[in-house]
Ligand binder design. Structure first.
Ligand code: AMP
Length: 319
């Protein structure tokens, strides 16, 4: 996850993080906070990134990542990421990067006159290094990351073709909720200002859900509604799973008003997030404990990354 903000939203949680918490019971997991990636869009205020990284680590731990089972660390503390990025940048054709949809989107959203940086274009190459340094079976991500993972596979294939079998063919590991809808009906994203955060208070959560987008054709309580595309229904389907079928039926039949539907939704979201929010409040009281987790994580990550780099250099015949 990128620390462009010091907090994660429910898209990050349901698309990726909650899956990591489950997977750590069965797999050795590496959970990286990619602070160098955040520089691609925060070059004017790099000083915010350290504090943001701390906030992301707090959310990881609050959500249930266990530092005994999962290696939790900050990318910039393991310099091997930069070395592998450099070597990969030599084997990656420019055309592959120019075609990446998120590059085009980000380039087009830059303020008028601003030019896209080399770092923005090279973002998926750094991501390939972040992944392949740990030679994993797979990468648990939300659906929006699938094109990037394809590029990681292509870079690994090209590297192996040029220098012999060194890097694995990684798998996409998607969660049950590959895309979480935001309060305006679009994908939940920090850049759309449509997100609910783990760090939000219950009151903030309630206010956000009360103002969420619903079916515009449903004006009166007894008008039949269309749950598909309704931001509130999408929250019901995640946080009120047992009753979601009933919510859908009542909405379609015009037997449920949006206001009471939102109240029920608020109750489920708040109840579901309560244990996480309590843990979060405890963790921020003891930053030393969080920084220790990150330091120990970086030591463990460095050991694995060092072995991969030794093999990579050997394959390429470098010193
Ligand atoms: P980001 O920091 O935005 O690059 O995202 C970090 C992780 O959260 C990635 O695995 C994304 O796929 C996932 N993610 C972000 N937004 C959503 C969303 N709205 N729905 C599902 N997964 C998401």
């Amino acid at each position: 996850m990128q620390p462009t903000q010091g907090k994660l939203h429910l898209g990050n949680l349901e698309g990726a993080l909650r899956n990591w918490v489950k997977l750590q019971e069965e797999y050795d997991m590496f959970a990286c906070i990619v602070d160098w990636h955040a520089l691609t869009t925060m070059i004017e205020r790099p000083e915010e990134i350290t504090e943001n990284s701390f906030g992301v680590a707090v959310d990881y731990l609050a959500a249930g990542l266990d530092p005994e089972k999962t290696v939790i660390f900050i990318q910039s503390q393991v310099k091997e990421h930069a070395e592998l990025y450099l070597l990969f940048s030599m084997v990656t054709p420019l055309g592959w990067l120019e075609r990446v949809p998120t590059f085009k989107e980000k380039r087009d959203s830059l303020t008028a006159g601003a030019e896209a940086s080399h770092g923005l274009l090279g973002y998926p190459v750094l991501q390939a290094a972040d992944i392949l340094l740990y030679r994993p079976y797979g990468v648990p991500v939300g659906k929006d990351q699938v094109p990037h993972l394809e590029l990681t596979r292509e870079i690994a294939r090209r590297f192996n073709y040029l220098y012999g079998d060194t890097l694995p063919e990684i798998a996409n590991v998607l969660s049950d909720i590959p895309v979480m809808i935001g309060l305006d009906g679009r994908k939940m994203s920090k850049s759309y200002d449509n997100a609910i955060y783990i760090a939000d208070s219950d009151d903030e959560t309630a206010k956000k859900i009360m103002s969420a987008y619903t079916d515009p054709k449903k004006i009166r309580k007894d008008d039949p509604g269309h749950p598909e595309g309704c931001a509130v229904f999408s929250l019901h389907s995640v946080y009120n799973r047992e009753n979601a079928d009933n919510v859908e039926k009542e909405c379609r039949a015009g037997a449920r008003g949006c206001v009471s539907c939102k109240r029920e939704c608020i109750e489920s979201v708040i109840t579901n997030l309560a244990p996480m929010r309590e843990r979060r409040a405890e963790l921020v009281k003891d930053p030393g404990q969080v920084f220790r987790v990150l330091e120990q994580g970086a030591d463990r990550a460095r050991a694995v990354a060092g072995e991969t780099m030794a093999d990579v250099r050997k394959s390429m015949g470098l010193l």
